[in-house]
Design a binder for this molecule. Sequence first.
Ligand code: PLP
Length: 387
Amino acid sequence: MKPLSTRTDSFTDSVIRRMTRVSLQYNAVNLSQGFPDFDPPKAITDRLSRIAPEGPHQYALTWGAQNFREALAAKQKHFSGMDVDPNTEIVVTCGSTEAMMASMMSVCNPGDKVVVFSPFYENYGADAILSGATPIYVPLVPPTFSFDANVLEDAMKQPNVKALILCNPSNPCGKVFTYEELKVIADLAIKYDIYVITDEVYEHIVYEPHRHTYMATLPGMRERTIICSSLSKTYSITGWRLGYVIANPEIIDRVKKVHDFLTVGAAAPLMEAAVIGLQFEDSYYQELQAHYTHMKNLFTSGLRDIGLTFTEPQGAYYVMVDISQFGYENDEEFCIDLAREVGVGAVPGSSFFREDVNHLIRMHFAKKDETLHAALDNLSRINKLKR
Ligand SMILES: Cc1ncc(COP(=O)(O)O)c(C=O)c1O
């Protein structure tokens, strides 16, 4: 038979999902794949039960149900101050995953380059390959995960750089970019005429005293920023696959076309049920933040008591733990031993870094107290991995 497409030849399977399989195999507490094990807000699930008999059950408008887009535009205005036209500046997608891919497909031609901060969320590599773009990596240097503005400029001024991908708050390192850092990036984006594609799925999971700033609100950035985000993390509904792109009408016209032929649309009944979430009062977001702060404090104080060194997250729900003291050369091997002998699933940090970094592993803490206590209990025996 004729050879199949070579498009995905350089993909490896997802290390994160591989570590979930390893966790299952050894019955370990799985802190590798980032999703909550607690329920979504009851108002949203109640609404889903109420609309089940009556629908909508057929296709919504391809770029998203009208009431969903209107509620989203109002929420974006509330949190960022941005005026967003729900009819011309939003496409509702199947998660931020599709939002990112559709944005990359809309912006990049084969041969273009995209700047990506490393460590990075693994999807960006695949997004670049499928859209024909070549990534250029700029290090966020541990343990503070700061970047060198000169290195960034060297990357951004290369020929054919079309876009920069900005994950803020960041997975895996928990960095929340300050206004000053965003201004450095924005000024370079304007100087070299580069689009910024943001992944802001953790926009509402930020720890005091840090604050989330929307890149699109910086001077001159509204027209060149493509916001990708989703409801997955904010409302604990990762399985509903509701995300969106917000950008200027010209970009959105392109995104609509990609989205239309890729998926036709997001799930109509789930959009309808989630509208109520987009309309929640501020108190919902304050409670969400308080809940995540509680989980972060529980988990990180437990790690500290065990004697582990880690980077304190500023946002999102991941901790990068330093495993240098255990004497492993290979962090994947460490993670397999951790699952098998200690009973906790984690992700090898090397899967997120372009640079040769293999002394960090990522664990997430979006879990019920009992799950975190069980994980910490198992981790208290981690010293047996010392070589
Ligand atoms: C940075 C980042 N972007 C996107 C996603 C996926 O988001 P969605 O469920 O909206 O596709 C994740 C999930 O872990 C993530 O960490």
